[in-house]
Design a binder for this molecule. Structure first.
Ligand SMILES: Cc1ncc(COP(=O)(O)O)c(C=O)c1O
Length: 389
């Protein structure tokens, strides 16, 4: 099957959030927000077209095929058994996580997560009256490592009710190993900490760094965890509302459903989203996912190589998963608090300032490489021309 990831819409003019052009400019390359520039799988287009042709948006049940494909996808792609009764739909993963905070913690509670973190989580935790507890990761020889001692010490001292695990981790691109996950789970189980595992980035991984869903890990992990996922990152379905929570512990699941039902999201994952996800999780959809993983791997290697050889002291942290690259620019002789400005001002590239990802992100950038190869090369050429004197 052939897929053409080199072809793209001109996203400057299609209301793309990432490609939005500042007043008076039309030359900015969008490399911030984590979505892709690629056209979706044709199976998704066909499924959505079918819904549009019917042109009837009555209340609908989820089809058997939706569940069959989902369950088979998890088996094929992640070698993981999931069951229909573990699943619940919420329009978005962030809403699901915020609601899980509501169901399983109280105002004033601590929620622990690794740092640097995805910027939105800070707002979600603090604005819901919870307190964010950071477990900074350590950058060792260009790769982030978990600090288990700090994790355990903070859990024993502050008794957080929830551990928000992001795996693969955004922004660092780490894909946690079985051994790492087992250690995290053991500490949480021993200290009665619920795990919310956000796995939205798990569909794109490189070099044999396989993503391990928390529910595949162990009986202990299944007892204390919620998995939260959407197909948005893997299949570029960001503007179709569809997220899933999965919980294998019937007691936790009952408490969660009791909390979530009154929000009445029954039809919020609408007919288009359901059709798209049913197609994404089909065998045909999986071929597309395999192909996009290959394309992204070449993009990742190209960008790492070009940054390393740009003549600037930029050290990319090669991501093991996802399509955002975290790069260390701390040696650049510039205003590190506004590190993104130099890329915007001198290269016309809009990317994310690491500082948005917490204090441990100061002097870093996050750069999305899910662009066409041609646009990625243009961006790399422009970075080559940056001068700091
Ligand atoms: C770690 C993480 N979780 C959740 C989300 C939101 O995902 P969705 O739009 O699929 O709900 C993002 C988006 O960037 C993310 O990086």
């Amino acid at each position: 099957m052939n897929f053409n990831f080199d072809q793209t819409l001109d996203h400057r003019y299609d209301h793309s959030y990432r490609w939005a052009q500042p007043e008076g400019r039309d030359d900015i390359i969008g490399m911030g927000t984590a979505d892709m520039d690629y056209e979706c799988a044709s199976a998704i287009r066909d499924a959505v077209e079918h819904v549009a042709r019917e042109n009837t948006y009555n209340y609908r049940m989820k089809t058997d095929l939706y569940y069959e494909n989902l369950i088979r996808f998890y088996k094929d792609w992640f070698n993981t058994e999931i069951r229909k009764e573990w699943l619940f739909n919420i329009p978005g993963t962030l809403a699901a996580i915020r609601m899980l905070f509501g169901a399983f913690s109280h105002a004033g509670d601590y929620i622990i997560t690794q740092s640097p973190y995805f910027d939105v989580f800070h707002m979600m935790i603090t604005e819901s009256g919870r307190r964010m507890l950071l477990n900074p990761m350590k950058l060792v020889n260009g790769r982030y490592e978990l600090d288990f001692e700090d994790f355990e010490e903070k859990i024993r001292k502050y008794h957080p009710s929830i551990f928000l695990l992001i795996n693969p981790q955004n922004p660092t691109g780490r894909v946690f190993t079985t051994e790492e996950l087992n250690r995290l789970v053991a500490i949480c189980a021993e200290n009665q900490v619920l795990i919310i595992s956000d796995e939205v980035h798990g569909f794109v991984t490189f070099d044999g760094h396989n993503h391990i869903p928390i529910l595949a890990l162990s009986e202990k992990a299944r007892e204390i965890s919620f998995l939260v996922v959407s197909f948005s990152k893997g299949y570029n379905l960001m503007s179709l509302p569809h997220a899933l929570t999965m919980c294998a512990n019937p007691i936790l699941q009952a408490r969660w459903l009791q909390y979530a039902f009154p929000f009445d999201f029954q039809y919020a994952t609408n007919s288009f989203a359901l059709a798209a996800v049913t197609a994404a999780t089909s065998r045909e959809g999986q071929y597309w996912l395999t192909a996009v993983n290959q394309y992204l791997k070449t993009n990742r290697d190209l960008l790492c190589d070009r940054l390393e050889n740009s003549g600037l002291p930029i050290h990319p942290v090669k991501p093991e998963g996802s399509f955002v690259l975290w790069a260390d620019c701390r040696e650049m002789d510039t205003d590190l608090d506004h590190i993104d400005s130099i890329f915007m001002d001198q290269a016309g590239i809009a990317l994310n300032n690491g500082l948005d990802h917490g204090p441990d992100g100061r002097g870093f950038i996050r750069i999305n490489f899910a662009l066409t190869r041609k646009n990625l090369e243009i961006a790399a050429d422009r970075i080559d021309r940056i001068s700091i004197s």
